[in-house]
Design a protein around this ligand. Structure first.
Ligand code: HEC
Ligand code: HEC
Ligand code: HEC
Length: 92
């Protein structure tokens, strides 16, 4: 638990410097058809950590197949919430 707190604080701290705001915890995935934004703070506020993390929450490697499957899109389909169309995630 001590380690997790340190990671979360470190993330909030560096994001705060980069964005000029404290609560910014947004990831951007580069894609040639338009970059994809993932608002971790919003997701973590609405969903149980265990919906996405197993064990102690830590970094999850996102790749194309995972993102188009359960990593992102699959959950949106299942929950009937969140974007499922290409250009709702991929923004140019
Ligand atoms: C729920 C969000 C989401 C939706 C909907 C989605 N994608 Fe993606 N897609 C992603 C993410 C996130 C990545 C980046 C994964 C990574 O970092 O490797 C990605 C990666 C890709 C890539 C690889 C780009 C590159 O530069 O390597 C292509 C191509 C792509 N998507 C096409 C599509 C198409 C076509 C659709 C619609 C049929 C679609 N995506 C729908 C989230 C989404
Ligand atoms: C909708 C899915 C989802 C939910 C819900 C979620 N997370 Fe995450 N979390 C992710 C993803 C995806 C990443 C990896 C982002 C990246 O690095 O590309 C991540 C990364 C993290 C990291 C690592 C940060 C870093 O960069 O080292 C921590 C810690 C974390 N989450 C904690 C939590 C906690 C605590 C909760 C519940 C309050 C939570 N997460 C809820 C998807 C989620
Ligand atoms: C476990 C389920 C789950 C996973 C996994 C998940 N999402 Fe979502 N996402 C949701 C839900 C539920 C909403 C709708 C929240 C609302 O509007 O109330 C949402 C909304 C969104 C939105 C629209 C709101 C906004 O922030 O602009 C985007 C974009 C999004 N998700 C991107 C992603 C990406 C990218 C990933 C993968 C890295 C991802 N999501 C993974 C459940 C999930």
């Amino acid at each position: 638990m001590k380690k997790l707190t340190a990671i979360v604080l470190a993330t909030a701290f560096s994001a705060g410097i980069a964005m000029g705001a404290v609560a910014a915890d947004v990831y951007t995935y580069q894609a040639k058809n338009g970059n994809v934004t993932f608002d971790h703070t919003m997701h973590a506020g609405k969903l149980d950590c265990a919906k996405c993390h197993t064990g102690t929450p830590a970094k999850i490697e996102i790749n194309r197949d995972f993102a188009h499957g359960i990593g992102c899109k699959g959950c949106h389909e299942e929950m009937k919430a969140g974007p499922t169309r290409c250009n709702e995630c991929h923004k140019r």
